[in-house]
Design a protein around this ligand. Structure first.
Ligand code: FE2
Length: 262
């Protein structure tokens, strides 16, 4: 698809011009925001792969990719205002993203404006609301999958680039060497999404992502990308190293059986 035919390049130019307003006099964004921008572009890439792999028509494809680009728009303001990416300590960054995109009129005139805004708003909810129109539902699920796929990469990069064994701050002071919390294991076993407030140990944090592999990726293409990229194998090894124990192993086995059926 040529980018010009659905307005994506124009939308991207507006987005990047907005991001530029957060650059310092030296032209730099700062490390944390640079990482968010890189994350966003990878989510766009994942969303494009999902849309194409799932055979989305041009309307769904366009809404999905636009929402992927805009899903974390609020992260820049969130960090500047609150000095954190932790929503619980600041603001719901998806709602903030939705409000900024709406206020700046970036999707005005698009026939899919409501679907794009809704997919941005729903991207971090525990569940996608029921009863959505098909376009909003497809774009919402695709953006959530695309986001999770990149969050898998972010964890792996963090393990590779930090001194996490000695530096507890690398994983927000979550304790390594402890098994996952019973509440987290029970939620994943029961196919329920886990609330971040239930995270007690580093094993919990990693296991939540294994839970996404069991029932958190909506599209077959997303599950295939996850398998191809070796994200489960990485978590199995890492959980073993940080004391995930038998329960973590059992849940990794369950995720592996599902991956084999993709
Ligand atoms: Fe987000």
């Amino acid at each position: 698809m040529s980018a010009a035919d659905d307005g994506f390049e124009a939308l991207k130019a507006r987005y990047l011009a907005y991001v530029d307003t957060f650059r310092g006099p030296d032209g730099r964004l700062g490390e944390m925001l640079e990482l968010k921008l890189a994350h966003t572009m990878r989510v766009v890439d994942n969303a494009t792969r999902i849309a194409d792999g799932e055979g989305f028509d041009s309307e769904r494809r366009s809404a999905t990719i636009a929402a992927a680009l805009l899903h974390d728009t609020g992260r820049y303001e969130q960090l500047v205002k609150y000095d954190t990416f932790n929503d619980a300590d600041s603001i719901d960054h998806a709602a903030l993203s939705h409000d900024i995109v709406a206020r700046l009129g970036w999707v005005v005139g698009r026939p899919d404006a409501e679907a794009v805004l809704a997919a941005v708003l729903y991207h971090n909810r525990k569940e996608v609301p029921e009863g959505l129109d098909p376009l909003t539902e497809a774009a919402s699920h695709a953006v959530r999958d695309a986001d999770k796929l990149d969050i898998f990469r972010v964890l792996e990069e963090r393990v590779a680039t930090t001194d996490w064994r000695r530096d507890a701050k690398a994983f927000w002071n979550l304790k390594a060497g402890l098994p996952p919390s019973p509440a987290v294991v029970a939620a994943i076993r029961g196919g329920r999404s886990v609330d971040y407030s239930e995270i007690r140990t580093l094993s919990d944090f990693v296991l939540i992502q294994v839970g996404w592999m069991i029932c958190g990726l909506h599209y077959r293409v997303s599950r295939r990308l996850c398998a191809e990229r070796g994200h489960l194998a990485f978590r199995r090894r890492f959980l073993d190293e940080i004391g995930g124990g038998a329960e973590a192993e059992e849940l990794c086995d369950r995720a592996e059986r599902l991956a084999l059926s993709v």
